[in-house]
Each structure stands twice: as C-alpha cells, then as structure tokens.
Design a protein around this ligand. Structure first.
Ligand code: NI
Length: 180
C-alpha cells in the first residue's frame, strides 16, 4: 500500500483505494452501490458508527455529499477560470455546517450531485480533462486528477459503510483494516 502511494505521480491520497480500477467506471458505479447497501436502513441504523469514536454512517454520507459539492465546484472553477487556484477545505470544519441533514437527504444530495458531475465530465470537449489548476497543498493538478481523487475517496468510505452490518446481520470484518 505504501509503495503504491510513493509511486503516484501526484499525491492523490486515494490512489490505493482505487486499486487499479478505471476512475470513470468507479465514479459511475459506487454511489449506486452505496445507495443499494443502505436501502433497508432506518434513520436509527444510520446513526451507527463504523468504528468506536468515528463518524456515524449518516455523517459519512453527509461528508460524501459535501465532497461532491466542493470538488464539483472546484472542477467548474478550474474549467471556467484561467489560472484557477483552488480553495482548500477542511472536512472537520465543514461537517458541522450540514450536521442537521438527515441521512436520506444526504444520500439524495450525494447521488444527484454525482449525476450532475458525471454529466459534466462526459460532455467535456477533448483535452479538457487535462486542464490544469493549482492547489496550495498539492501543487499543479488536472480535472483528471480530481476524477481519480473522487473515485478513490468514494471507495474509501464505501468500505467503511460495508463494515456496518445490515440490521440483523453479524458485524463483518473489513477485508483490509489497515487501509481504513
Ligand atoms: Ni473522506
């Protein structure tokens, strides 16, 4: 896992979560898989956490919606503005802002924003995926890099969600606890 991170050409923190999958294929797939995984859950089920002291699954899904919003906006700024410099955002500062959101609304926001972002990406003219912008911490990035970041980030959190059992099922052990 560590070797994979070292070999990345840019410090995409979720490169290993993708595990070689095509990021566009994963991006189009994971939100629906998350929705299916929690389809039978009640509001109380979403308040369970994937590990002691960690976010509840409702908060994880709020975080996914916020990430879709923030990175979707980042891509649009990068595509629309010359020499765009991304504004970093803190997940821990953002989460309380939307903490009142219920899990069903968070899931809807995440999945609809994903559809909107996929529509944008699929309609991009040739070459626009390689459009560059800068980030104060990561340096020069491209739209393509953000796609890989989003796709790997999804899978990272999907694995957390998968460790929380459906009601009535025994708790499962993560396949790779070290990666969580
Ligand atoms: Ni995250």
């Amino acid at each position: 896992m560590r070797l994979c991170l070292l070999m990345a050409t840019a410090p995409n923190p979720y490169e290993c979560d993708l595990d070689g999958r095509d990021p566009f294929e994963a991006l189009a797939d994971t939100a629906g898989r998350i929705r299916d995984a929690v389809a039978s859950w009640t509001a109380a089920d979403f308040e369970r956490s994937y590990a002691p002291g960690k976010w509840s699954i409702r908060r994880v899904i709020i975080h996914l919606a916020q990430t879709e919003l923030a990175l979707g906006a980042r891509m649009r700024f990068a595509l629309a503005e010359p020499d765009y410099v991304a504004q970093p955002f803190s997940q821990d500062a953002w989460l309380p802002l939307d903490e009142a959101l219920d899990a069903a609304a968070a899931l809807d926001a995440y999945t609809v924003l994903r559809r909107m972002n996929l529509s944008l990406l699929r309609a991009l003219p040739a070459g626009h995926l390689d459009r560059e912008f800068s980030h104060p911490e990561y340096g020069m990035l491209t739209i393509r890099w953000v796609v890989s970041q989003m796709a790997g980030h999804d899978l990272h959190h999907f694995r957390q969600i998968q460790t929380v059992p459906d009601p009535g099922e025994p708790r499962r052990t993560p396949k790779n606890p070290a990666a969580d």
